[in-house]
Design a protein around this ligand. Sequence first.
Ligand SMILES: NC(=O)NCCC(=O)O
Ligand SMILES: [Zn+2]
Ligand SMILES: [Zn+2]
Length: 583
Amino acid sequence: MDNNAAQNVAEGNASKPPKLLIKGGKVVNADKTENVDVLVEDGVITDIGYDLAAPPGTMVIMADGRYVIPGGIDPHTHLEFEFMGTKSVDDFYKGTRAAIAGGTTMVIDFAIALPGQSLLEVYDKYRSMADPKVCCDYGLHVGITWWSRTVSKEMELLCAQHGVNSFKLFMAYKNMFMVDDGELYEAFARCKELGAVAMVHAENGHVIEKNVHKLKQAGVTGPEGHEMSRPEEVEAEAVHRAAMIASQTGCPLYVVHVMSESAAKVIEERRNAGQTTLFGEALAAGLGTVAPDGKCSFEVAAAHIMSPPLRKTRSTPLALMKALASGALQTTGTDNCTFNKNQKALGKEDFTKIPNGLNGLEDRMSVIWDKGVNTDIIDPQKFVEITSTNVAKIFNLYPKKGCIEIGSEADIVIWNPDKSKKISATTHNHACDFNIFEGMVVRGVPETVIVKGKVCYQHGRLMDSKGHGSFVPCQVFPPHVYGRREGKYRPDAGDCGKAKDTQYCLNTLNFPERQLLTSALQKAAPTAQRGCLKLFKVSFTFSLPLVTIEGFIQTMVPLYKCHSTLISRSRSHGHENLLRINS
Ligand SMILES: NC(=O)NCCC(=O)O
Ligand SMILES: [Zn+2]
Ligand SMILES: [Zn+2]
């Protein structure tokens, strides 16, 4: 490194980040691992290759023996969130600082409008809280807790003018955030029209209310009542219901904080049945720990309370990790929503008043590496996929984020798989006074964290990065979710009249997409015959998202035991969009 570059890094506040050359590391993307060097200029990756030379003024970072991975993207945080009569203590400064210390270089937070409140107003409020102080980039999901024509219109404005492409609906928190099935339907249908991703907090709020009432009648007021009131099936039922409504509206659905094996199973089953735009997110908390046993103090029990609850079942973390490994779940977040002990004490006499939420933002990457990679359940590529790439794809940030490619933003982590750390509230960078992973020793830590080309963390030291991050607009119609579109999306296009023989014009097939695709494939299948390897060929014209169809066919075709499947787009048959499967 030359003198100027060295001084910039030492000060940590250079206005223009120096050029960086990361040498000797193993670059891991979700789809490949290569021993290559990475050159960064002006916050962007400008070259990747063998033995790259350092241009003048370049800071060279040696990464021998370490992995070079895309910075983590946490799709689920609640920073300075006003909730249950108090406010989460990690604000956009402390929270994003803690994120960087753990190898996360972007967060997506939730701007949640209260019933009757304008979505635009709450969005503006979040922008003004976050913009001046975020240390890394951030995006916003908007929470919808009521339904009206105004809400519908504001969703459109948020998508068209404000860089929002995802909306969260709540099936729990009755009388606070909860919407009913009709409102879910309206919101999902609107998301589909706008090309947005619907998100859901899936728990049955009515059943929880009844259970709370029964528990209180029986004299249960302590924190143990929380999990008792929200058993696994209460979560699983809501996941199923939300997925069904998403299917009926044709809307992609992202289930946040999947906390139980039963809920993960519902997602897996529906995906296997063809609902391939159903996505599920596990949390660091659910992967790394379980609910404490009943003998612990109020303080400890309350600190672990979130919704859906951390499960007592000791097999849950492993089951969730396996669900990520198999692709049944796709992403990991944290739901970082931190409260101090004095805030948790609001529920000392009544468990329903304990503010729901816990930490994870700083520890997510190491906890998942330790519980997933070190145990051989996932490999480093899968780690990258579930901590960064899939989030970038689902929320349309890819390939700007979520990968190490030429042209991508330089959000890069040099990951030391051999170094360990002991997690503790006494040393963490969060604002809260408790850490649910207290005492856990994790092997695999970030050594250097580069955010948009600036070294923001190195060897345990955080550089001052207040305001270094910025808001990242997320565009609608993520190709990963809605398919690759050319021109205008045509959800209502009619039969083109050109489909012949084994061709089915899917323009005529609207809802429910899955059943219609199934029967179309079944009609094509006789030439293949169930269970044999005979060739068959079928072409579809479609107005549906390509990814939906590709994903569907990839799950369907093996049912017919076809030898191999090639799916390609063709324009040669006079169909604007022709999907051909050769098997
Ligand atoms: N999850 C939780 O307990 N707190 C944050 C709000 C939410 O995501 O439901
Ligand atoms: Zn939630
Ligand atoms: Zn949340």
